[in-house]
Design a protein around this ligand. Sequence first.
Ligand SMILES: [Zn+2]
Length: 932
Amino acid sequence: MSETSFRLPTNVTPVHYDLTLRTDLKSLTFDGSASIELEVHEDSSTIAFNAHDGLVLGDVTVIGAAQRCHRAMVSERANERVTLSLDPPLPAESKALVNLNYSSQLRTNMGYHYSSYESDGQTVFYTATESAPIYARAVFPCMDEPSLKATFAIHMISRIGTVNLSNMPVESEELCGSVNTKSGVLMGAYSFLLAKLRLGGGSGLSGGSSGDAWKITNFKTSPKMSTYLVAFANGPFEFIESSYKSPISGMVRPLRIYATPDIIQQTQWALDVTTRVVPLYEKMFDIEFPLPKLDTVIASNYLGAAENWGLITGRASDYLLDPSRADISSRKAIAAIQTHEVAHQWFGDVVTMEWWDNLWLNEGFATIMGDMAFSYRNLLSMNNRIEPDWNVYAEFGAKQQSAALALDARKSSHPIEVAIEDPNMIGQIFDSLSYSKGGSVMRMLSAYLGEEAFLKGVSVYLKKHLFGNTVTNDLWDGISEATGRPIQDIMDNWIRKAGLLLTGYPMITVSESSGGIHVRQDRFLLHGAADEADNETIWQIPLSITASGDDQASAVHRDFLMIDREIFIELDVEKPYKLNGGNTGFYRAAVIAAELGLQPSVFVLEDRIGFLSDSLALAQASYSKTSDFLKFVHLFRHDKEYLGWRQMTNGLVEVSSLFWEDKGVQNGLQAFQASLFSPLVKRLGYDNDDSDDPDIIQLRTLAITQAANAGVIEVIHELQRRYAAFSSGEQGAISPDLLLPTFKTVVQHGGLKEWEAMKNIFRGPSTPNASAAALNAMASTRDPNLIEKTLAFLKSDVFGQDLYRFWKALRDNPFARRIVAKHFFQNFDHIASKYDGDVNIFSRVLAVSTSRFNSKFGAVDFVALLKATFDRFCTKADIEEVEAFFKERDTRVYSLALAQTLEIIQINIRWRAESLEDVETWLTKWRLSEGV
Ligand SMILES: [Zn+2]
């Protein structure tokens, strides 16, 4: 199927929607009336728009110029598209009004769907929309493409006692009995709905018993916006409120979080983040927040978070924080999501991508913006960062950039900007790469230009396209205008090449000579050296170099733009230096052996992270030895910072996973790990102090977790002791930051009793933090019987997001890995069916794609599950078994994931064969020198 067959014809375009929506929380239905004003560009005997199959369409009328009625008949309805045939046709250069009535069930997910909570033994329902990218058509008939922007006047009818929410603030609200005061278009829209109310025993029209009295809420008309951003919510919501004063106009705007009464007291942190970040973005973009208010509504069965303009929607488990039991990682996660969604209010909502092929632009940008708002230290003029101590910017390099570098070094990777052609491909393409590589290349550009210049360019771009739609080059043009540099030339090969979409990234190798270094670029592939056909691209590389000055303090230079295959740079090679200084470049820098003797104190955190990350990847691709990575860990063992330690830990987990079935290496690595983390635990202890900064708290959690993993007996006993106190009712015995390692430890060293206790915590009412910890603990059991029990529990009791989380936790457990793979083969059809929705693949996979945390159910989840099941396998027999299993199956929906999985197993096989002896030898030497 070609791309164009998804697209609507362009003979007419929408200008304005007048929408009236009645929500009935008793019957779990809704009905609506839509009046759509169109501009007619050519003589038209047909009009096409989108409507989901779930919308039952009623009367349709089309009114042309001079109030002329055109007879309208639905002539075709397929693929979520409705075509009206008109008689007589509408003339070119005229206007028309389409009036439609419709009704629908409230859905269980996507579109306009319901959630519920328990109150005094009663189930209470409420609703919210979840429309991005193509579910607005399940809420109201519309021309559902991001570039078909229009203004929206929205009216919501609901029972008295509930709250109606939409993108814009309320203009007026009245009992339905008093609608006679209305006139014109609105009256027409009402009459259909009011007739329904009367037919349905409309005693409530003029009041009546409060349960059946109805009200109408009229919202102010919105600016021009895309359909996927239109939002509705209705229910017994409460709110907490703050406000901010615009640094641009001085206007004060209200900021609210809405939620049901049972959870509203856990939303303060999300409100705090919003209150701090909105004025910061105004300054960063130099554009005032364009709407009169910004609300966020929290729903329990929401699938992710969405950036609806003026009404962000988010899933309870991603937004709630019990203030008395708050851990740092939950605070960080909530802040990451909310700053991302608020960034979209400008980048995405004011200015929107032309079509979904440019989704990476939206998502990459919002991802990086949230991080900038946190802590980037270079922007002195904005000292009001949210949590500078969190070091989020360095964390991006350690986490998102590392993930994208790992995926994009495979031949089975894909470009971040993609043509949408085969619908089977879409869900596979919008994986973490679109978000992480997109964010990484923008971060590289920002570091190269300087953050102020980069943001200036973003501001130029946004101002030029206010309320409009754009493609990638529009952003590059804006930044070029602000900086005078040819941004498109610099960025093109990171995204595409000569019109063709491009994957991959370069590796920099260095040879020293007197007075400087020769630097060369080649494509980096995990297979080892790229052959000629794979190595044609020359990237324009912002080549930052950290070089130490005379006073031994390190300084970062960012002046080089490498535009050729090879260059020479003057440098004092007698002093320590590092390429990709600051770790902001999206490439690998070869580590030269001399650096293994360096003084770690010369290099800042980002550079230490870069050394660790690059040395491991280069070993994986057989450019260097795996023991070089271990040497770096040994060298950095006195690191003071959490992120440095986390990078070491992540690398050790990778190495340990490669040798997960090699007993001797496992034992050696465990001893090495114990020697690293045991002293840290002794120094930091188990209890957080009020004066501890976030870095110390996170380092303490990491050290305790890793010491317990490495089998340090004192640590295991201490966690068991604290759990015993916790179980007998002493809630404070386990700090919220230690729930996960404590739960895992007691299950790993316990039995059925502990496992059952975790099941109860997972199921029972608990904080999202405790529930996630319990889930991970269940999956971490080392007892084969309990592993089978966990799998049976998965099969019967776990759905959606949790299913994938369980699966991934089981994958991370070497004791479960083979059992899980066997289970996957044996239950393949059942597992696949759990992911099979009722909608076509195109919409299903596109739907899951817009979440930053894209493990919703649907094809993307299945893809992730497939990869997670096998990507630690490292023998020839494994690859043969996987290939044989999928040989006879229709793998179109996950062909890319399967290719990536087979590729990573192949890489594992070679890496393990090449490094087994090297790692064994290094560990033996280390043991001898340490006397362990
Ligand atoms: Zn987003």
